[in-house]
Ligand binder design. Sequence first.
Ligand code: NAD
Length: 715
Amino acid sequence: MTGFHYDKDADGIVTVTMDMDGPVNSMSAEFLPLLETTIDRLEAEDGLTGVVLTSAKKTFFAGGDLNMLCQVTEDKADEFFQGVEATKAAMRRLEKLAVPVAAAINGAALGGGLELSLACNHRVAWSDKSVQLGFPEVTLGLLPGGGGVVKAIYLMGLMASNEYLLEGKRVVPAKAQQAGLIDATVDSLDELLPAAKAWVTAHKDDEAAMTQPWDTKGYKIPGGNANSPGVAQMLPAAAAMLQQKTRGLLPAPAKILDIAVAAMRVDFETAMRIESRGLTYLALTPQAKNMINTFFFQMNQINGGASRPKDVPPQKTQKVGVLGAGMMGQGIAYVSAMAGIEVILKDISQEAADKGKAYSEKLLAKRVERGRMTEEKAKAVLDLIVPTAANEDLQGCDLIIEAVFENIKLKHQITGELEGYLAEGGIWGSNTSTLPITQLAEASRDANNFIGVHFFSPVDKMPLVEIIMGEKTGDLALAKAFDYALQIRKTPIVVNDSLGFFTSRTFGTFIDEGVRLLSEGMHPVRIDNLGKAVGMPVGPLAVYDEVSLELSRKAQETWEEMGIDTSGRDAAVARDVVNTMIGEHGRGGRHHGGGFYEYAEDGSKAIWPPLLDIYYKPDLDISDQDAKDRMLFRQVIEALRCLEEGVLRTVADGNIGSIMGIGAPVWTGGLIQFVNTYGLERFINRCDELAGHYGERFKAPNCVSEKCAAGELFT
Ligand code: NAD
């Protein structure tokens, strides 16, 4: 039977074991009645000496019901607010019972789970790395509205609670104990309940122990309240720093800070009510709906293997060959070895291969230095990488990833030469960023086993892998590449072959639009600032310098040589700018002696002065809103085209890929999700406006009007 199990022992201690319907305990519709009934019973219980709250599931308690949260609309806001208040009232009754209440935290307690444990007088957790504690709500555009914000302030103070509340930091029990979020840990699960009961027994007559800090007279918030000089001085700066970080695009962090400050100014009960209002406000924002949709539901869909062929059993990569120990190859070797995979790192000379391995040595040494890895473990990881110049060492690899120079002849040649070393059933992956997979696969004896495995730089930091299906790529190759990506702890998206695949093709439109604004006469600093104002991490001109104008010129030349039709890209303006910058002024980008910017030795940069003489027109009349929309809408339109053309196979891949691969603004929930909350009809109208002013490239793809007519969203 599921529900809350209720067991009273001979000492009068009741253990409440949460075991709700479904895989986890959560704040679903079932939760509040269960909690209230249990508390009714506890309040009426004769001879009660204490309570222990624990869980029968692997996790302690999973938090809010996100399905329910997504459905909150204006007309249901009051009902939602009342629901939050009722849940808080029940938790308040729990912490005010006349006996000590302990939480025995046997698994992850995130968000609502941590809040529930904060409604106990004492928290003891199993010290295991699966037991994660924290408030991840901010990462979904929400806040911990079950007392989390207010209680975190009471327990840790403003400064220390910052990273938990504003960044969603998750920690293991030992760290949570240091921070003051929990009180004790035990080494084994067997010790957990006895430890909780022992605390209850020891404190059954201890009035102070069963009074929460926020109910304790004279209790002082660590670091002081809002009027203490240290905090009062810090507040204006904190608000400004937050604004700088979120650029005003994310309402949740600002709301959390607001409530945190209120918690230090008003009484506890009022602060709790302000917090409930804050959660209600955030639940209604498009940002929260976008972030929940993409970072929770679609992320789970992807990591759960929705884009992977179902009938191919799980594939494990044991030995990977990495060809080319350059910038990308060395990173691929590192992340593979970190996942326990044997790596053959091959370059044209032993020296070049050794240099590639040295990169891992450096990263591992840093980990050891920071106490994040033992020396033995670091050595074991490093030992997995075999640098070599000998082809034979590749014998038996179940996956070979080629990351040599971006040159089709070279890539064709090594495919022919080295494919034979693959193990039976092994596959060949190319990390090309611009060459079509279908054409690369022409050199393969078995195009069925040839696939694109596109990493992003720097490989050890970037969380995405874009898997590209060539025309002939088969299911086994897809399953192997997909499972390998998960094995190295990356998120895989799967796309069909297209020039620039999904990520580079879409990102290219952001750069292209920035360059168009430049050639129309907008000040380059304004362009980059507006690019950032829309939520992109870097402005289009600065990022073009990084990826290099030279690289895009080369790609263009290669495509022309290969006879690939690039007319769909409408890149004439960008080509002119690149020709002027490189051809006339030798400005190929940051690593080619400078581009739109010039770079000083100390890492600082400033606009290359002649750029203004060439392009800047002070009289240009384009509003900030138009410029921002141009840079965002181009990307959204391109993502929609990818969907329409079947380059994207799912909406989830488009959303996750755009955020993790090209830094699309987090508040949009991904470039396709953006349209859902912007409103399909409104989107079409705005596209028409932009097209009227700036050109046909802004016309909304047909799939939007089709969805609109069907009354559907992009899901
Ligand atoms: P790189 O120039 O840093 O490294 C290429 C390496 O390949 C060099 O060490 C070179 O010695 C080696 N090499 C050349 N011929 C070889 C051969 N026959 N056998 C073995 N090794 C050989 O280049 P990179 O930036 O690492 O890019 C490699 C590939 O990854 C390219 O296809 C590129 O398009 C792609 N890519 C690059 C990025 C990026 O940001 N740099 C991102 C995604 C994909």
